[in-house]
Design a protein around this ligand. Structure first.
Ligand SMILES: [Fe+2]
Ligand SMILES: [Fe+2]
Length: 470
């Protein structure tokens, strides 16, 4: 069991003190990170005491330690899951060979790009969420937002450690760039589109943590399989933190549905205008938010047909999430049927792995939908929430720019443009949701558009003062 050394400037369980050059480089990056946090992190809450979870060791007992902390004092550090002795490559052409403790020269630039792309999403989401503290629906939610923010900051540290420790000068330069790009910036945007989308309300935050953090889970799971052992160990530990982010999304949307159903019962109507007049989110509007963030997140898996996915798998750099659940780990003799706008196409399985991953992601997304629909059904309403087709509103792959409706049916461009505001939030939907975003900060109280959570954090009551404002 590796414990985390908190005596050092940078808490870590990888003995960075044993490598003076690495330690100096990371200690040089640290103030840049803190400055970024100050400028681009949660706005205005630097002096608040927040009931945060911090890892004190990577084992089951120590990884979730709770206490009141001011966010700028959070101990961001470098934590890797413990090394598994004799770990072997679990897939691809080099299957069965020992995993790599160093980066093989021929994979250096690809691995660096994969790590940078993952690393870029972490601070991006903090930037996207930076103003949400001002409109929190409760103190409980405010605390959850900040927990996610500090952990995304730590995920940035996780990727920066790999860049510094294994990629020399290029890696150090990339680490600086991770702080120089900003979400939505006209000149230096974040790498992936979803991470440049503005997020100005909590309904978007819940959808983002449901759909986009879940994409994160799938990316991390595929890296957890990687032959590059330090990457695998880093991502295995990140996954333990990621679960909370998706929890916030799933329970957040559940609480919105619950509150809306209460209001519908109260007024004896499912008329969206009347639901809105009572200060709740009508289910039709929620559906539009689901459509927007789900379709945006689907692009993050890349093109349906991809030679990069084939090369990354064959070399051992990136596996499939939960690789052991499959029988064939080499995939040199199988293929997959894909639907493209031109018709059905048979593609070598290696080239279809982005789609394999997207399909398992969508299955995971269905779980919440089922739960919400059960609530709606039990309340006696016919409406059902759905996931949009994976062809809808795509910007990457064969369906990019192809006009299809939310069920995946091809339609004319005119029809698509005419109906789009029925499928994703219109300016007036966003204005309505924005009008609900009034800060509620008294411990235990909730905004009128969301039901209270079933339980508090770490067995504390819901009305606990999770954020002490000064
Ligand atoms: Fe993350
Ligand atoms: Fe996350």
């Amino acid at each position: 069991m590796s414990s985390i050394n908190y005596a050092e400037k940078i808490p870590n369980n990888v003995d960075i003190g044993g490598d003076r050059t690495l330690q100096r480089a990371l200690e040089h990056w640290q103030p840049h990170f803190l400055q970024w946090w100050q400028e681009m992190g949660p706005s205005d809450f630097a002096t608040a005491d927040v009931y945060l979870r911090t890892a004190i060791s990577v084992d089951a007992q120590g990884w979730a330690h709770y206490g009141a902390t001011k966010m700028p004092d959070y101990r961001w550090g470098i934590f890797l899951a413990d090394r598994q002795a004799e770990r072997k490559i679990g897939f691809g052409d080099a299957m069965g060979q020992p995993v790599w403790q160093q980066v093989p020269g021929e994979y250096r630039s690809t691995l660096r790009r994969l790590i940078v792309t993952q690393g870029d999403t972490e601070p991006a989401s903090v930037e996207q969420q930076r103003l949400l503290g001002h409109t929190c629906p409760s103190m409980y939610d405010l605390r959850n937002l900040f927990q996610i923010n500090v952990e995304e900051g730590r995920h940035l540290w996780a990727m920066v450690y790999l860049l510094h420790a294994y990629f020399g000068r290029d890696g150090r330069e990339e680490a600086e760039e991770l702080l120089a790009r900003h979400s939505g910036d006209a000149d230096k945007p974040r790498i992936l589109t979803t991470f440049n989308e503005p997020m100005s309300d909590w309904l978007s935050l819940f959808c983002f943590t449901y759909f986009t953090d879940r994409d994160g889970k799938y990316q991390l799971k595929s890296f957890a399989e990687s032959a590059f052992d330090p990457l695998s160990r880093t991502c295995r530990f990140m996954l333990t933190e990621e679960a909370h982010h998706m929890f916030v999304g799933e329970t957040g949307i559940s609480r919105v549905v619950k509150r809306t159903l209460e209001v519908m019962k109260e007024i004896g109507s499912d008329d969206p205008a009347r639901v809105r007049a009572k200060g709740a989110v009508d289910l039709q509007t929620l559906q539009k938010y689901l459509n927007f963030w789900c379709s945006s997140s689907l692009d993050l898996f890349g093109s349906e047909i991809s030679s990069n996915s084939a090369a990354n798998f064959a070399s051992g750099m990136k596996g499939r999430p939960d690789e052991t659940q499959y029988e064939d780990h080499v995939l040199r003799s199988s293929s997959k049927k894909l639907h493209t706008p031109e018709g059905e196409q048979e593609v070598p399985m290696l080239n279809a792995l982005n789609e394999v991953m997207r399909e398992s992601y969508l299955k995971d997304c269905e779980i919440g939908l089922k739960r919400w629909n059960r609530m709606i059904e039990r309340a006696g309403h016919a409406l059902r929430l759905t996931l949009p087709s994976s062809r809808f509103r795509r910007s990457i792959g064969p369906w990019a720019g192809v006009p299809v409706d939310t069920t995946g049916k091809m339609i004319s461009k005119e029809e698509f443009e005419k109906h789009l505001i029925e499928w994703i939030p219109s300016a007036s939907d966003k204005a309505f949701v924005q009008s609900l975003m009034q800060r509620v900060i008294e411990p235990g109280r909730m905004a009128g558009w969301i039901a209270p959570p079933e339980r508090g954090i770490n067995n504390l009551p819901v009305e606990y003062e999770y954020v002490h404002l000064h």
